[in-house]
Ligand binder design. Structure first.
Ligand code: ADP
Ligand code: MG
Length: 621
């Protein structure tokens, strides 16, 4: 329970007690009128002093015309016209509904965190030949830990002995367990299913997957969505208007129809209480939190309610090719050396790439198959969008595309094959090329088909050559393709797309976070795939698909739509009920406390709707 909720709870308890005493006193004894006023005033004071004080503080910030103000005027007014019991009851129920609001917001945040409570509790640290149980926070880099079946992986680590399978569900939503063996990466928060593993710590607890993901989710709702802004603006105009209507209610009817003044003053006050929009205020953030929770359960992390809302307005999805639409795992298809052995060419390339984490570099190292002797490599310089240059055994080696070769003035023969061609030059002389190719991700086609069906545009950007780009695009049926782009070209293209956008249209960029972080930030919504791999992606993106599956975007859009629908439902219901209550108040059909109770019921129904949303996000979408 939050501090605020606890204070409210005490306030309500004490108020209720004093209220009952006052009631008992007036029912069983004959109390003089001053005594009665005093008794109810005491209950009223306990219930409302803090609200009054807050309001005075708000007065100096010029934003005091809100729901509390309505309640204060209504109840103080009721007190003034000697409707003590009603004033106290209305204040009491108002505080109860504030209390429920506080509780449910806290509860939702907590249940989102619990949903994905993936924090590991302990680690088995290997010390010599024995082991010691330590809190995961104490683990240091390069220490070795032991993982038994059923245990949660405490920190990101690399398997050094044993093999088995891990359950990644908590982190990625993927239900199929993943097989791991020596050299594979383990992520904290996953569960070791079978086999005893030894692993070397490669990340401290706080930098490990579980801690980072939890941090993301916990900070999620900070960015306000447009709906919340709308609600803020709404109260700004709503409150003064309601006060005006109440004033007119008090003044006009008695003037025009010679009716009883007292009755209309009372109706005006009830109208104020009936208009208090507290159920409305809480229902919007609640629905968004529900959506964020539902998404994280499915391996889609959303950094704020605003992005859920934006996602429903996206009409163009711009994809990076390598690592996003394709697996980014290249396989060497052909090695064609010029005046040297195949092995030597591959070795040169793999060594020069030994510090790069580009998918191409990874595949060359994989094909090389041995651990690179890092002492042989110096002066490495990676040129994004082109390749790398380095000194291997003191010789100048360039590994990259035609752009890199041209830049170094190297004479080479362009290779017409489809596939990614990696050219290699040694000491300024062309030394051959390695032909590699990538596989299109299994469900990329499914995603593009789905986008087409929904009339959403798909665009592909890539730094790769035109042939490869065209091949991938035609297989996936993507019509607009831009190839041979430098990372900065991607940025300027995206800026151009944004300039050409129409009002209200949004653009999403989907990348893997490897050298496309700037574009992720620039787009209206940056969606990163494989949140576990690239750190930059976690930082730069707004939405993160934990699993390397493009079709996660379909899930995200569906959840976003469902969330927005539940926001709308909550809003329409709350506003409709408000209008109804105001009309009833005007004609004198409700009492002040009944108006507040009705408002509370609206809020409870909205809360249930949002919880329902969190459990079954895809109903009917
Ligand atoms: P994409 O847009 O497809 O993600 P990148 O911008 O990462 O591609 O790279 C564009 C091109 O630059 C690659 O297709 C490759 O030809 C070349 N390149 C980039 N980095 C490297 C590297 N480390 N080794 C070899 N070639 C590279
Ligand atoms: Mg890329």
């Amino acid at each position: 329970m939050t501090d605020e909720a606890r204070k409210k709870g005490i306030e309500i308890g004490a108020g209720l007690l004093l209220y009952s005493i006052a009631w008992a006193a007036v029912s069983y004894w004959t109390v003089p009128p001053e005594g009665e006023t005093a008794l109810f005033l005491a209950a009223y004071a306990v219930l409302s002093l803090r609200t009054y004080w807050e309001q005075i503080k708000k007065f100096f910030h010029r934003q005091f015309l809100d729901e509390s103000m309505l309640m204060i005027i209504a109840t103080a007014g009721a007190f003034a016209i000697d409707r003590h019991k009603e004033a106290v009851a209305a204040m009491l129920f108002y505080q109860v509904s504030k209390f429920v609001e506080e509780l449910s917001l806290g509860r939702t945040k907590k249940s989102i965190a619990e949903f994905i409570d993936i924090r590991p509790e302990y680690a088995n640290l290997k010390v010599g030949n024995s082991e010691k149980i330590v809190p995961p926070q104490q683990l240091e880099l390069r220490q070795v830990i032991i993982l038994r079946p059923g245990e949660k992986i405490p920190v990101d680590s690399v398997v050094t002995a044993g093999s088995g399978t891990v359950d990644m569900k908590a982190l990625t939503g993927e239900s199929e367990p993943r097989a791991v063996r020596i050299g594979d990466r383990l992520y904290s928060g996953c569960i070791n299913l079978n086999g005893v593993l030894e692993a070397r710590v490669v990340r401290l607890y706080n930098d490990s997957a579980a801690a980072r993901v939890m941090r993301l989710v916990e900070n999620a709702n900070e960015k306000k969505s447009q709906s919340v802004h709308f609600a803020d603006k709404f109260t700004k105009y709503y409150t003064p208007i309601v006060i005006l209507i109440a004033l007119l209610t008090v003044i006009l009817p008695p003037m025009m129809f010679a009716e009883s003044k007292a009755e209309w003053i009372y109706r005006g006050l009830v109208l104020l209480a009936a208009a208090c929009p507290c159920g409305l205020m809480v229902s919007i953030p609640l629905a968004f939190l529900g959506g964020i929770g539902a998404a994280s359960k499915q391996g889609v992390l959303i950094k704020g309610g605003a992005f859920l809302e934006d996602l429903t307005e996206v009409d163009t999805f711009v994809f990076d090719k390598t690592g996003t639409l394709t697996e980014g795992v290249f396989h060497v298809r052909d090695i064609v050396p010029w005046k040297m052995e195949k092995e030597e060419l591959l070795e040169m390339a793999a060594l020069a790439e030994s510090y790069s984490n580009h998918p191409i570099a990874m595949s060359l190292q994989e094909a090389y198959g041995r651990d690179a002797d890092l002492t042989r490599v110096t002066d490495i310089e990676e040129q994004p969008g082109c390749g790398v240059q380095a000194k291997v055994d003191g010789r100048d080696v360039c590994v990259g595309n035609t752009r890199l070769m041209n830049r170094h003035g190297i004479f080479y023969q362009a290779v017409p094959d489809a596939g990614t061609v990696v050219y290699i030059a040694v000491d300024g002389q062309y030394a051959g090329y390695i032909l590699i190719s990538d596989i299109i991700r299994k469900d990329a086609a499914k995603l593009i088909r789905w986008l087409h069906k929904k009339d959403l545009a798909a665009v592909m950007l890539t730094g790769d050559n035109e042939q490869t780009a065209e091949e991938v695009a035609s297989k996936l049926r993507i019509e607009s393709v831009y190839s041979e782009l430098m990372p900065e070209d991607k940025v300027s293209l995206l800026e151009e797309f944004r300039d050409n956008q129409m009002e209200g249209e949004k653009l999403a960029f989907v990348g893997d976070g490897i050298n496309d972080a700037p574009v992720l930030t620039l787009a209206d919504i940056g969606i990163a795939m494989g949140g576990l791999g690239a750190d930059a992606a976690l930082e730069a993106a707004d939405i993160i698909l934990m699993e390397d599956e493009p079709s996660g975007i379909i899930k995200a859009i569906r959840i976003a739509k469902a969330t927005l629908r539940s926001v709308k439902q909550n809003m329409i219901f709350a506003i409709g009920m408000k209008v109804l209550l105001i009309i009833l108040a005007f004609f004198g059909f409700v009492t002040m406390q009944n108006a507040i109770i009705a408002d509370m019921a609206v809020m409870l129904i909205n809360i249930l709707n949002s919880f329902w949303m969190m459990q079954y996000p895809e109903r009917g979408v």
